[in-house]
Design a protein around this ligand. Structure first.
Ligand SMILES: *[C@@H]1O[C@H](CO)[C@@H](O)[C@H](O)[C@H]1NC(C)=O
Ligand SMILES: *[C@@H]1O[C@H](CO)[C@@H](O)[C@H](O)[C@H]1NC(C)=O
Ligand SMILES: *[C@@H]1O[C@H](CO)[C@@H](O)[C@H](O)[C@H]1NC(C)=O
Ligand SMILES: *[C@@H]1O[C@H](CO)[C@@H](O)[C@H](O)[C@H]1NC(C)=O
Ligand SMILES: *[C@@H]1O[C@H](CO)[C@@H](O)[C@H](O)[C@H]1NC(C)=O
Length: 268
């Protein structure tokens, strides 16, 4: 009876755990990254994860991570990146377009952060959504990796996970592809009485061509060296700490699941 209570509590506590077979694995499983798990403990990346799931792109990514030698590199916008988009940016997209948008956030190959210097020599880089229409440009500016989609300029703010075959990098903006948002975006049907210039009405997405995702630099003025140093320091420290924390949480979630499974078995 006490046993039953314990089981129920554990089930509640780990309600996010999947209902897999209660038999514990006899040997430690080979290192396998469960992308859903990882993205649900890191971030917060819930909005992006929801899109990945509703479009089933998560399966494409997981399959690439599981079953290819190439591996995968995924750029993951934080929830805040989605909430700061103009309201109708994504709400009017078709399911196909959403799918492409999700695929646009990944490269079908594992790249460590240090690989981006070379990669940036080969711009534009085709994404999972297919090239040449869905390609990204990268620049490695003394260790800060900037990403340009045409519509969105942003940068890698931290490495959530980077161990071959899976790299997950956090960005503070949603990557909006030109292939979807194009150059002739229908004006929003908003009741805006804005006497604004055309360029302010047309783009549905935030940022726009001239928008800078990375407040630290404008095209006309180079950041001061102290600015650069501090931004580098922050991204290195925060990135390292965040990655370590995420990995800890991820391992913990695996461990607690195992405990739960063992309890379950004992109590039966
Ligand atoms: C990955 O984790 C999610 C959430 O915990 C779970 O629902 C799913 O079954 C897991 N997938 C695999 C292949 O273990
Ligand atoms: C990925 O690998 C895990 C563990 O081996 C497996 O449970 C899962 O079904 C695989 N998923 C895909 C999409 O291949
Ligand atoms: C976009 O969606 C809104 C509702 O969310 C709708 O009123 C509007 O007509 C849609 N616009 C287009 C161009 O589909
Ligand atoms: C970068 O590219 C150069 C040639 O362009 C190559 O020699 C070098 O091995 C590459 N480095 C990495 C880390 O891929
Ligand atoms: C990406 O880089 C290529 C080559 O330098 C350039 O032609 C293209 O305009 C760039 N695209 C974007 C979106 O910046």
């Amino acid at each position: 009876m006490a046993c039953g209570t314990v089981t129920v509590l554990l089930l509640l506590w780990f309600s996010s755990a999947n209902a897999q077979s209660p038999t514990p694995a006899p040997a430690p499983a080979p290192e396998h990254v469960n992308l859903t798990d990882l993205l649900s403990v890191a971030g917060p990346f819930h909005t992006f994860l929801n899109y990945l799931q509703s479009t089933k792109v998560i399966e494409t990514f997981q399959n690439q991570a599981n079953n290819t030698d190439e591996g995968i590199t995924i750029f993951v916008p934080r929830d805040q990146a989605f909430s700061s988009l103009k309201k109708q940016s994504l709400s009017n997209l078709t399911q196909d377009q959403l799918r492409s948008l999700c695929l646009f956030h990944a490269l079908p190959h594992y790249y460590s952060l240090s690989d981006f210097r070379n990669l940036s020599q080969r711009n534009p880089i085709p994404t999972f959504a297919g090239g040449p229409n869905y390609a990204l440009n990268f620049t490695d500016n003394a260790g800060t990796i900037r990403i340009d989609s045409g519509w969105t300029r942003t940068k890698v703010t931290s490495a959530v996970h980077a161990a071959d075959p899976v790299a997950i990098y956090e960005t503070d903006r949603v990557l909006l592809p030109e292939a979807i948002f194009g150059t002739d975006i229908p004006p929003t049907p908003a009741p805006a009485p804005a006497p604004a210039p055309v360029t302010d009405i047309a783009p549905v997405a935030d940022g726009g061509r001239t928008g800078s995702g990375s407040s630290s630099s404008s095209p006309t003025s180079a950041p001061s060296s102290s600015e650069r140093i501090s931004s580098l320091g922050v991204s290195a420290i925060v990135g390292g700490a965040a990655a370590a924390l995420v990995n800890l949480m991820y391992m913990l979630s695996k461990l607690t699941k195992r405990i739960h499974l063992i309890k379950y078995d004992v109590c039966r």
